[in-house]
Design a binder for this molecule. Structure first.
Ligand SMILES: *[C@@H]1O[C@H](CO)[C@@H](O)[C@H](O)[C@H]1NC(C)=O
Ligand SMILES: *[C@@H]1O[C@H](CO)[C@@H](O)[C@H](O)[C@H]1NC(C)=O
Ligand SMILES: *[C@@H]1O[C@H](CO)[C@@H](O)[C@H](O)[C@H]1NC(C)=O
Ligand SMILES: *[C@@H]1O[C@H](CO)[C@@H](O)[C@H](O)[C@H]1NC(C)=O
Ligand SMILES: *[C@@H]1O[C@H](CO)[C@@H](O)[C@H](O)[C@H]1NC(C)=O
Ligand SMILES: *[C@@H]1O[C@H](CO)[C@@H](O)[C@H](O)[C@H]1NC(C)=O
Ligand SMILES: *[C@@H]1O[C@H](CO)[C@@H](O)[C@H](O)[C@H]1NC(C)=O
Ligand SMILES: *[C@@H]1O[C@H](CO)[C@@H](O)[C@H](O)[C@H]1NC(C)=O
Ligand SMILES: *[C@@H]1O[C@H](CO)[C@@H](O)[C@H](O)[C@H]1NC(C)=O
Ligand SMILES: *[C@@H]1O[C@H](CO)[C@@H](O)[C@H](O)[C@H]1NC(C)=O
Ligand SMILES: *[C@@H]1O[C@H](CO)[C@@H](O)[C@H](O)[C@H]1NC(C)=O
Ligand SMILES: *[C@@H]1O[C@H](CO)[C@@H](O)[C@H](O)[C@H]1NC(C)=O
Length: 840
């Protein structure tokens, strides 16, 4: 009854107080309906309602008037208003002075509330300011900037100029960014937050939804965060100024634009990347000023290296004990598990005679969990003296890099999460036993002797290996033209020249010493003597066995079959390529075993088999709902981007297909099988090979027909993979009514008939995700276009998947739309090696 009364009351109320379209304020006697908006006085920002992916969901949001899709704030992100033709929701100032979003169903249903109460006789108004802040204030007061509530105190995923993040110590409140579930589409709480933690020094962290720390931005060094040295460098010509303020009342991070333009925003996207956009007035588009891709290299992973070790993205292995320290546990360290145990001192401290060793250009160790002492004005000398006098002080550094360095931070515990930068970073002094430094000096003067010893040992190893490879190769006549030349390709030379010219260059690249060596007998034990029960598959060049090391670590062992002449080259190739790579979406090589006739690669074990195992199985595919498939697609795209662009080498995989995508326990996709991969020289864009290897159905036309390969041939394979993941069907499988078309041809036909929805695997065809799925099909079709030049790069693909690019070009016809009729009888997973006619 009360509800009915309320409903009628509200209806008549709104009848009386229809707000005008261009107002920026809402008084306590007005309501804002879902079809109405408020506009800031100079029409920069708009407050109103936006639909979610599910068009029945509505969110109260603020966006730019000039860029309506750019939402900067959302109120009820996790509790959308359900729009319904009869029951519209509305916003109003509630009775006790808080702001409420109600749905006007039969009772007064609260969807969202600002949760603050105000007792005042003055009239309250809600106003959208020109800087994008939605404020609740009293009228008739002296200070109109004294807000009772403001949206800037509750950021969503966007930081605007004049907004800030951080802590108010007086009120014990904190502000941080939290990503959308899907940036631009689904505003509900996403997987990442970016926040400042304050224990020792204030430090920024990228935090997962389970509150796990993913990336540490490090402390503010006066110019940027210690862990984001690029931020400063990229900012040289910029009109954006970052401001970090820190005193007894609070610690805040904010930015402003010199020009005073408010069209600049920092967004934490749903991939956990921080992206800074500015508006280009002439093109009316946003351009990315910079993108902080946390986790762009291995060192970014929080605590990658464990205590007292230092991470160098360009070092191999990436983690190295600090000077004077040794791995605590050789066993774990040697299988590249640096984090668990880290390093320990070689020599114990005696406290009196300790020395300090200076490391330059590093990211300062974490101060959030390790006890620290901080004084922002003390100089480095006094800081050092203080540290030296206190035995439990393990290291010290200047806090700020400005004015030649100032401030003092001392650590009283383990030093963790340190990165060695090539540029930027800070100086760190670590405590060491005096005797240790002494020995180091001796090592240097005695260096020649040691170097000679190393050279001799190395020569013996190389000679043994070379002899062994050579003798092995000569036993197999088809290997006499041993193809080392394919590892590094040089431009401007005929294939014949290439062959000899790079042979020497390539042998230099073989650094198997980098890789832990396993003993044959240990692997044999681990795999139960390679019993058939342990056999889990057939890889590109041999059988794959599951095994378990004595310490419980599960491994997958790929054993080169002795009687196949094909495998050795691929084996070497795989060792060379993958031992240099580390990425979440690439399978991890733990080591290898080379003993007499036996050659084996030891990988981390992937409990969930490969993608094809799920994708093409009518029962198992149910495990892969759309969210998981999208996750897999994104993972593969990032792994591939790393290969093509972000790794130290540029690598073309050349054999991307579902059976080469392995899934770990959490269904994280990992690209595997680098037996066919090729390393590209720095400036090359395209290469020609006479030996065409790959798998039918996934090879691009220019590669299969002319032997031309480039990153765009991987993009083609990725496109096929994408369409297979969405359709749940193999490219080469038969379509009852479309006997002559393969999946690409079928997809193209449906696309042109505007029927592409019927391509989608019924398992995932949920209207809620339809837009996403269609977007992915569009991307897939762009990737498989016949002309390599038209295909996007992986960088573009990743941006498209991230919705950073929203307008896609229309795709042209895919390559290879006809089924390869003559291959109908061929087993579907076998890799084929084709030698084109003009070759050899
Ligand atoms: C109104 O909101 C309540 C609480 O969120 C919800 O249970 C109800 O379904 C909503 N009704 C409509 C018509 O939106
Ligand atoms: C509208 O809301 C009512 C009550 O929540 C619900 O029963 C009805 O199905 C909704 N209608 C539509 C079209 O969503
Ligand atoms: C709610 O749904 C009705 C009918 O579908 C539509 O007319 C109205 O515009 C919707 N409300 C909003 C805010 O879009
Ligand atoms: C307001 O308080 C309620 C109940 O404590 C809570 O569920 C809701 O999330 C709060 N809303 C905001 C915007 O903090
Ligand atoms: C709107 O107002 C803000 C703040 O007063 C100002 O910085 C901005 O330049 C104005 N924008 C336009 C388009 O006038
Ligand atoms: C930096 O931020 C603090 C606190 O938000 C503010 O008081 C100060 O004026 C800002 N400084 C600059 C240069 O913007
Ligand atoms: C501010 O930006 C506008 C538009 O980009 C430009 O015309 C103007 O010169 C800029 N002003 C300053 C002080 O840089
Ligand atoms: C805006 O875009 C145009 C065209 O791309 C470009 O020439 C111009 O430099 C851009 N302006 C700014 C301020 O970035
Ligand atoms: C910080 O160091 C300065 C210089 O040594 C000293 O004067 C000041 O008292 C110290 N402050 C604190 C809080 O220890
Ligand atoms: C060393 O520093 C720690 C932490 O500040 C402090 O608790 C301890 O008393 C100091 N020891 C000496 C001998 O000054
Ligand atoms: C940091 O890396 C450089 C080479 O990039 C190396 O010379 C230096 O020794 C490394 N520093 C530390 C402390 O490991
Ligand atoms: C070389 O090292 C040995 C012990 O390792 C030491 O006795 C000798 O003095 C060193 N030689 C020089 C030239 O320092």
């Amino acid at each position: 009854m009360q509800g009915l009364f309320f409903f009628l009351f509200m209806n008549s109320l709104s009848f009386l107080t229809t707000i005008s379209t261009s107002t920026d304020t809402l008084t306590s006697s007005q309501i804002l309906r879902t079809t109405q908006t408020l506009q800031s006085s100079n029409e920069t920002f708009v407050l109103g309602f936006i639909p979610g992916i599910n068009l029945n969901n509505f969110y109260l949001a603020i966006w730019y008037k000039n860029s309506q899709d750019t939402v900067v704030w959302v109120a009820n992100r996790d509790n959308p208003l359900q729009n319904n033709s009869t029951n519209d929701g509305f916003l109003k100032i509630g009775d006790n002075g808080n702001i409420v979003l109600l749905n006007s169903s039969s009772n007064n249903n609260l969807v969202w509330s600002s949760n603050q109460t105000t007792v005042t006789k003055n009239q309250l108004v809600l106003q959208l300011l020109d800087n994008g802040n939605l404020v609740l204030r009293e009228t008739n007061v002296n200070d109109p900037t004294k807000y009772l509530w403001q949206s800037f105190d509750f950021p969503t995923d966007t930081l605007l100029p004049s907004m800030n993040l951080g802590w108010n110590f007086d009120k014990n409140t904190e502000k941080h960014l939290t990503s959308w579930k899907i940036t631009g589409q689904n505003p509900s709480t996403g997987d990442y937050s970016y926040k400042i933690y304050f224990h020792g020094l204030p430090e920024t962290f990228l935090v997962g939804s389970d509150r796990s720390l993913i990336y540490r931005g490090g402390p503010w060094n006066g110019e940027t965060f210690s862990g984001l040295p690029e931020a400063k460098m990229q900012d040289d010509t910029d009109s954006i100024v970052f401001n970090f303020s820190w005193n007894e009342h609070g610690v805040y991070y904010s930015f402003s634009t010199i020009n005073g333009s408010i069209y600049s925003r920092l967004v934490l996207n749903s991939y956990g990347q921080l992206q800074h956009f500015t508006w280009n007035q002439s093109t009316k588009t946003w351009s990315t000023k910079y993108l902080y891709v946390f986790l762009s290299d291995d060192c970014d992973q929080y605590r990658k290296c464990g205590p007292y070790s230092i991470c160098g993205a360009h070092a191999s292995p990436v983690c190295k004990c600090m000077k004077g320290f040794v791995p605590k546990n050789e066993r774990t360290w040697n299988v590249n598990d640096f984090e668990s145990d880290g390093c320990v001192r070689k020599t114990n401290l005696d406290c009196k005679s300790d020395e300090f060793y200076q490391m330059v250009n590093v990211k300062l160790p974490e101060t959030t969990k390790t006890p620290v002492f901080v004084n922002t004005t003390m100089g480095i000398k006094e800081c050092g003296d203080l540290c030296r006098r206190n035995c439990s002080c393990t290291g010290y550094a200047n806090i700020f890099v400005t004015n030649g360095g100032s401030g003092c931070v001392m650590w009283f515990g383990e030093l963790v999460d340190i990165i060695n930068y090539t540029k930027g970073g800070q100086d760190l002094y670590i405590r060491q036993a005096y005797s240790k430094l002494d020995i180091d000096t001796n090592e240097e003067t005695n260096g020649t002797a040691i170097t000679i010893a190393i050279v001799i040992v190395a020569t013996i190893i190389v000679a043994t290996c070379t002899y062994f490879l050579w003798s092995w190769a000569s036993k197999h006549s088809e290997l006499s033209s041993f193809h080392f030349q394919l590892f590094v390709l040089t431009t401007g030379k005929s294939p014949q020249e290439n062959q000899s010219a790079s042979l020497i260059g390539d042998v230099k690249q073989v650094k198997i010493e980098d890789l832990p060596l396993f003993e044959f007998k240990n692997i044999s034990t681990a795999t139960n003597n390679f019993s058939s029960a342990n056999k889990i598959g057939q890889g590109g060049f041999g059988s794959v066995y599951k095994g378990e090391l004595p310490d419980g670590l599960e491994i997958a062992v790929k054993r080169l079959s002795r009687d196949s002449g094909q495998g050795l080259e691929e084996f070497m190739n795989e060792v060379i390529v993958i031992s240099k790579l580390q990425h979440r979406n690439l399978v991890r090589l733990l080591g290898c075993c080379i003993e007499e006739e036996e050659k084996m690669l030891v990988y981390e074990y992937m409990p969930n088999n490969s993608l094809d195992f799920y994708l093409f199985d009518p029962i198992k595919k149910k495990v892969l709902d759309w969210q998981k498939r999208l996750y897999v697609i994104e993972g593969i795209s990032r792994g591939l981007l790393y290969l093509h662009r972000d790794s130290r080498l540029r690598i073309i995989h050349r054999d991307l297909k579902p059976s080469n995508i392995l899934l770990d326990g959490e269904l994280n996709p990992k690209i595997s099988d680098f037996g066919m991969a090729r390393i590209f020289g720095g400036t090359e864009n395209e290469c020609n090979t006479r030996r065409i290897v790959g798998t039918y159905g996934y090879m691009s036309p220019e590669y299969a027909m002319e032997g031309l390969f480039s990153d765009k041939s991987d993009v083609f394979s990725f496109g096929v993979l994408l369409l297979e993941i969405i359709s749940g069907r193999k490219n080469t499988s038969l379509y009852n009514h479309e006997q002559t078309l393969n999946l690409l041809g079928y997809a193209w036909k449906l696309w042109n008939e505007d029927e592409v929805v019927s391509l989608i695997d019924p398992q995932i065809c949920n209207p809620e995700y339809l837009d996403d799925i269609l977007r992915c099909i569009h991307i897939g079709l762009l990737c498989v276009q016949e002309i390599a030049k038209e295909r996007p790069t992986m960088a573009t693909v990743v941006s498209m998947l991230n919705s950073e690019i929203v307008k896609f070009p229309r795709p042209f016809q895919p390559g290879f739309i006809q089924r390869q009729i003559e291959r109908r009888g061929e087993p579907s997973v076998n890799r084929v090696t084709v030698t084109s006619l003009q070759g050899r």
